[in-house]
Write a protein that binds this ligand. Structure first.
Ligand code: GAP
Length: 457
C-alpha cells in the first residue's frame, strides 16, 4: 500500500463531500459516532442501491445459471462450528502496555505502539465474530453469532435450492446481505467497517473444472468494474500466498483497487473446493452432494466464490468518479458516475420562480419521476445549480426557460461535457432514456437543435 494515487481525490476531501452532500454520515453522529459503523444518507442510499442493483442484474437477472437467495443473519451456532469460523476466524491482536490501545499485529510494521511508541504485548488470536444470545436466557446454550459472511446461508441451503430449482451443474447461488465483524482496528472511512453488506455468490462446479471457472469469474468480475466506469489502471490482481489463504480456501485472488491510501482489496475470489459442503454434511449428518445424471455418479461440487463488500465497492466508485476541473477562476468538482450508478439521473431546473414557469417545470418533474430519481432545484443562479448537480454526479440537467412557454422546448445539459441541446418537451423522456443508456448528446430527437453555449451564471 505504498504507491501514490495519480488522481485528485484524497480521503479527506471525499469524506467531507460525502458528509456535506448527504452520501455517508458517521453512525449515531449526534452521540459522537460508533467506530466502524456508517449511515448512508439520501444520496448514499441511492448510490448503494444502484451498486447492488447493477450487481444483481449482472449476476442473477441476466444469467440463467445463478439464482438469488435471502437468508437469515442469525443461524444455528453449529453452522459456525462446522464452517471453521469458531476456531479459525481470528486475527492476531497486540495491546500497548502503556496506552492500552489494541492493534492488529499483521497491520503493524514495527514492534512499537503506532500511537505512543510504547511496548506491545505478545500476540494473541482474537475471534472477530460478534456474539449475542437468542431468547431470554443468557447462557452458553443460547449463544448465537452475527454472521461474518453471507456464504454459509447459501451452503446450508444447497440441497433446498438444488431440489426446488432442479438446476444442473455448474450453477450458482447469490446473496446480498449484512455481515458483521468485530474488527480490531477500523479505518480509511468505510473501507474497514464492523457492520457492512456483502454481495457474494457460490458457483458450484464439477471437481476438475474449478480452475477453468476460477479464471472465467476473475475476468468477468474485472470486466464488471470496468463496464461501470472504473479505470483499468486503478485495478490489479493479487494472488494470495499459501500462508495467507483463509482456512477454507485452495486459491484466492484479490481484485485490488488503488484507493486514496494505496492499493487494497476490493473483491476476493476464492476456490473453496468442497470444504464447506463436506463440513456441513459431516456435522449436520445431512448429505450435501450432487447426482450427475450424465456420468451417473454422486459427488460433492467444488465452489468458486467471488465476494465484495458493497460499501467498499461504493467507496471505489466514489473515488474513481471524483474529479476537479478548472472552470474560469474556480474549480468544478464533479462525480463522473456511470449513469446506472448515479443517485439522481436528472435535475429539473426552472430558470426563474415565476408562476407559469414553475407550473411547467413541476409538470415535467412529475412526469420524469415516473421513470427515475429526479431532483428539482430552483434556488440561486443556474450556474450554481449546475455545479451542485455536478458535485453529486447527476448526468443530465433539464432547464426550463421563458422561451419554453412559447415553443414547448427545453434544454438538456450534460454533466461531463457541459454541452447542451434543445428539444421538444414531447421528446424529453424518450431522449433521456436513450442518453442514460449511452447515446451521445448530439444524437438529436425530431425537432432538436444543438445548443453549445452554456450559461455559467
Ligand atoms: N465469503 C467470503 C468472505 O467473506 P472476505 O475476503 O473475508 O471473504 C469479502 O470478505 C469482501 O467483503 C472483501 O473483499 C471486502 O470487499 C468486504 N469486506 C471484508 N471485510 C470488510 C470490512 N471489515 N469492512 C468492509 N468490507 C469488508
Amino acid at each position: 500500500m505504498t504507491e501514490e494515487r495519480p488522481s485528485k481525490v484524497d480521503m479527506e476531501k471525499l469524506v467531507s463531500l460525502c458528509q456535506r452532500r448527504g452520501f455517508i454520515f458517521p453512525s449515531s453522529d449526534i452521540y459522537g459516532g460508533l467506530s466502524g459503523c456508517w449511515d448512508y444518507g439520501p444520496l448514499g442510499a441511492e448510490l448503494k442501491r444502484n451498486v447492488k442493483e447493477a450487481w444483481w442484474r449482472t449476476i442473477v437477472q441476466e444469467r440463467d445459471d445463478i439464482i438469488g437467495l435471502d437468508t437469515s443473519i442469525l443461524m444455528n451456532s453449529k453452522v459456525w462450528e462446522a464452517s471453521g469460523h469458531v476456531t479459525s476466524f481470528k486475527d492476531p491482536l497486540v495491546e500497548c502496555k502503556n496506552c492500552h490501545l489494541r492493534w492488529r499485529a499483521d497491520d503493524l510494521t514495527g514492534n512499537k505502539c503506532p500511537s505512543c511508541g510504547g511496548e506491545l504485548t505478545e500476540e494473541r488470536m482474537f475471534n472477530t465474530m460478534f456474539k449475542t444470545f437468542i431468547g431470554p436466557v443468557e447462557d452458553d446454550a443460547s449463544v448465537v453469532y452475527l454472521r461474518p459472511e453471507t456464504a454459509q446461508g447459501m451452503f446450508v441451503n444447497f440441497q433446498n435450492v438444488a431440489n426446488t430449482t432442479r438446476k444442473r451443474l455448474p450453477f450458482g447461488i447469490a446473496q446480498i446481505g449484512k455481515a458483521f465483524r468485530n474488527e480490531i482496528t477500523t479505518g480509511n472511512f468505510t473501507f474497514r467497517s464492523r457492520e457492512f453488506e456483502i454481495m457474494e455468490f457460490e458457483y458450484f462446479v464439477k471437481p476438475g473444472t474449478d480452475e477453468e471457472w476460477f479464471n472465467y469469474w476473475l475476468e468477468e468480475r474485472l470486466n464488471w468494474y470496468a463496464k461501470l466506469g472504473i479505470k483499468k489502471e486503478h485495478l490489479h490482481l493479487r494472488e494470495h500466498g499459501k500462508e495467507e489463504l483463509s482456512h477454507y480456501s485452495r486459491r484466492t485472488v484479490d481484485i485490488n483497487y488503488l484507493f486514496p491510501m494505496g492499493w487494497a482489496e476490493l473483491e476476493g475470489i476464492a476456490n473453496r473446493g468442497d470444504f464447506d459442503l463436506k463440513q456441513h454434511s459431516a456435522v449436520s449428518g445431512k448429505m450435501l452432494e450432487y447426482y450427475d445424471d450424465e456420468s451417473k455418479e454422486h459427488y460433492v461440487p467444488y465452489v468458486i466464490e467471488p465476494s465484495v463488500g458493497d460499501g467498499r465497492a461504493v467507496l471505489a466508485f466514489l473515488c474513481d468518479a471524483y474529479d476537479e476541473e478548472p472552470d474560469k477562476d474556480e474549480i468544478r468538482v464533479v462525480l463522473h458516475f456511470h449513469p446506472s450508478l448515479a443517485p439522481v439521473k436528472v435535475a429539473v431546473l426552472p430558470l426563474s420562480r415565476r408562476e407559469n414557469l414553475v407550473k411547467l417545470a413541476k409538470e415535467i418533474y412529475a412526469d420524469l419521476r415516473q421513470c427515475w430519481m429526479v431532483s428539482y432545484d430552483d434556488a440561486q443562479s443556474i450556474g450554481r445549480r449546475y455545479r451542485r448537480q455536478d458535485e453529486i454526479g447527476t448526468p443530465f440537467c433539464v432547464t426550463i426557460d421563458f422561451q419554453s412557454l412559447e415553443d414547448n422546448q427545453v434544454t438538456i445539459r450534460e454533466r461531463d461535457s457541459m454541452n447542451q441541446i434543445r428539444l421538444p418537451i414531447a421528446e424529453l423522456q424518450k431522449t433521456l432514456t436513450a442518453k442514460l443508456a449511452g447515446e451521445g448528446l448530439f444524437v438529436l430527437p425530431p425537432g432538436g437543435t444543438v445548443w453549445l453555449e452554456e450559461s455559467k451564471g
